[in-house]
Design a protein around this ligand. Structure first.
Ligand code: ADP
Ligand code: MG
Length: 258
């Protein structure tokens, strides 16, 4: 279960990082499939419920889906639905690749090269449209976009603090600590860690003990486990009840995100 004090602490940190004003969050993960899109969606939904003009961005999607003849990012679609925004796909998801590969490999397969400057230009335009941006990376921090330019380098150029999403079960301590160390080594600030319970089985002893151990090892606030919600489905763009479930655990008045 999400503990009130931890949730409050994590919430404050995700909205006012280290006491400094922030304009958004970059959601990354220990892996693909850990729940980055769902957690980013929860943050978006919770901010929107508090009246914040929140925008979203999925700079690079690999494994895009063809919808009505057009290559579409399921993650961008899910996040846009939660934010209730109608920004152009070019801004929200400037790079959408069909192959479910690392972005640099998917781009090569599509015969293109990912240009970080183009992504940064879309980011700059989105910042003018919204007061706060929630951005979802691709895979984890060491995933390459082009050559040796990694997701971590993109996050650094955005100058946003990270939220690291990790599985809540066994094995997550190692993955999470490695991700935090890598982020800090690259000069990235980690605002918080969200453990996500992505299985139907009820949380076991590993889920109960990991948050505290990760908190002790990293010194970073740990939030979660985010409960499993069978009604959530990113690919089908179904939000389920996860935003309400989390909001009801955040008895905080409207936070000041600036
Ligand atoms: N808390 C949750 N409850 C139920 N299903 C979840 C939860 N978190 C993630 N999922 C499901 O797990 C899959 C992977 O989650 P997703 O957010 O797409 O991961 P990522 O963005 O890291 O690749 C998706 O099908 C999503 O709907
Ligand atoms: Mg995703």
């Amino acid at each position: 279960m999400i503990c009130h004090t931890e949730a409050e602490r994590a919430w404050r940190i995700t909205t006012r990082c280290g006491g400094d004003a922030i304009e958004g969050l970059f959601v990354t993960g220990t892996d693909t499939g850990v729940g980055k899109t769902v957690v980013a969606g929860v943050l978006v939904g919770a901010l929107k419920a508090r009246g914040v003009n929140v925008g979203v961005m999925k700079p690079v999607q690999s494994g895009g889906m063809v919808v009505d003849g057009a290559l579409t990012s399921p993650d961008a679609r899910f996040l846009m639905a939660l934010a209730g925004v109608k920004d152009s796909q070019q801004l929200v998801n400037p790079v959408c690749l069909e192959a479910p590969l690392a972005p640099s490999a998917a781009a090569r397969k599509a015969g293109i090269r990912i240009e970080p400057e183009e992504i940064l230009s879309a980011y700059g335009r989105l910042r003018n449209l919204h007061d706060f941006l929630v951005i979802e990376g691709a895979g984890g921090l060491a995933v390459p976009l082009c050559g040796k330019f990694l997701i971590a380098d993109l996050a650094l150029r955005f100058r946003l603090p990270l939220v690291i999403v990790a599985r809540s079960g066994l094995g997550t301590i190692n993955h999470t600590v490695l991700t935090v160390e890598f982020a800090q080594h690259r000069g990235l600030e980690v605002a918080g860690i969200v453990l996500n319970h992505i299985e139907e089985n009820p949380p076991g002893e590993a889920e109960r003990t990991s948050p505290c151990i990760i908190g002790e090892l990293t010194g970073i606030p740990v939030w979660g486990p985010l409960p499993f919600d069978p009604a959530v489905d990113v690919l089908k763009c179904r939000q389920g009840n996860i935003v309400d479930a989390v909001c009801s655990h955040l008895p905080i008045p409207y936070p000041q995100p600036y």
